[in-house]
Design a protein around this ligand. Sequence first.
Ligand code: AMP
Length: 437
Amino acid sequence: MSFRRPRGTQDLLPAEAARWRRVTGSMRRCLESYGYGEIRTPVFEETELFVRGVGTGTDIVQKEMYTFPDRKGRNLTLRPEGTAPVARAYLENNLGHEGGVRRFYYLGPMFRYDRPQAGRFREFFQVGAEAIGSALPELDVEVIDAMMNMLRDLGLVGLAVEINSVGHPACRAVYEDALGAALARESASLCPTCIERTRTNPLRVLDCKNQSCQEVAARLPVLREFLCDDCRAHYGAVLAGLESLGVPYTENPRLVRGLDYYTRTAFEVHYPPLGAQSALGGGGRYDGLIEACGGPPTPAVGFSCGIERVLVALDERGAAAVAPAVPVLVLPLGEASRRRALALAGVLRHTAPAAVDLTGRSLKAQLRAADRSGARIAVILGDDELGRGEAILRDLEAGTQTAHPLDAVPEMVRAAMARAAVAGSPPTPPSASGGRP
Ligand code: AMP
C-alpha cells in the first residue's frame, strides 16, 4: 500500500524550504521594520467565526471551508484566511485596552477547498498584516506601502496596485439595490455561478472572470458613484497618500474582493507576468469586522499575500532576484586590509547588512562568489588602494566600479542603497568622478 499527499497540498523539500525561509525572513524583517509584531493564532477555529467574519454569501464560506465536528461535536474549521482569527484574538486578549493603533503580522498555512491548479492549492501559506484602531486614510496608505516594500525587498519590480473603494454598509446598500435591478435585466447573459450570486453576493458578479459576465459588468452601475461624501473623501485621501509616497496605482472600479468584511478601501497587488494568477495578494479596510466578532466598533485595515505566488513570481524573475541575505560585501586583500575591512563593515552595517569575505582567497575568486551571492555592492580593499587611502566600490549588477576616498565610502554605499530602495531595483553605479552622487 502506498500513500500520496492529499490533492492540493505540497511537500517542501530541503532546498525549497531553505528558499522559503529566506523569502519569509525578508518579509518578516520588512514588516517588523514598520512596527508590526508577529501574532500566531490556532490553525482551526470555531466555524461560526468565519461564517460571521468572512460572510455567509462568500465563496469561502459557501464551498471552500474544511469544516469538521471534533469528538465532542464542536463545529470547527481549518482557517481559510487570517484576518478573522486576528480580530478574534484582538478581542479575546483585550489588545485594544491601551488604545492607539495595534499592528500585527501573521505567517502560516491557510486551507481552502479550491480547485487545484498552477498557483492554487488547498493548503497554501499567507503572510498578512493587520493595523487595528484607526480610521485615518494614512493607515491604509501605510499598509499598502508595507506590502509593496515587502515585495520589492525580494527584488520584484513592475508590481501593479489596483485600488477601489467599496464604501461603507450604508452607501453599499444603496448601490446593491441599483446593482440588483441592473442584474435582473442582464440575467440571460450571466454564467450559472453569477445567476446564483445575484441572490447571494451580487457584488461578486463584478469580478467574475467569465467573458460574458465581464461584458455585463462593463454595463453595470459603478459602486464609486454611490459613495457618500465621507467614503469619497477617504478614498481621495488614500490615493493622495499613495501619490506622495510614490506608490504607483491603477483605479479598478470593479475590484470588490471575495470577503464580505471589506469597507471603503479594497486593493490588490499584481505581478503581471504571472497571467491568470497574477494576484500576489490584496486587502483593504474592515471597519465592521471586530464589531461583527462581538467587540466594540473598531476601524482596521490589512493585507494578505500568498507566499506560493510570490515564489512563482521570483522564479519568473530569476533566482538572482531573491533578496540577498547580505547586500553589501567587503572584499579585502591582505592582512592589513582585512583588519581595516572589519572596521569598515562595522560602519556600513548602520546602513545595510554587510559582511567581510574572510576566506583569504584571490580577489578574482572573491568577486566571483560576490556575484553569485546576489549582493548589490562590493567594496574592494586591496593593499594598493589602502595605501592611497581609497577603496573601490563595485556595482555588482551593472559590473561598473569607481575608486573613492575611504571616509566617503559609507556615504556612497548609503546613497546607492537608498537609490535602489526608491527605484525598487538594483543600485545605479556610483558617479565615475568619484564624487558624491
Ligand atoms: P484572499 O485571502 O482570497 O484575499 O487571497 C490573498 C492571496 O492569497 C491571493 O492573492 C493569493 O496570492 C493567495 N491565495 C488565495 N487562495 C489561494 C490558493 N487556493 N492557493 C494559493 N494561494 C492562494
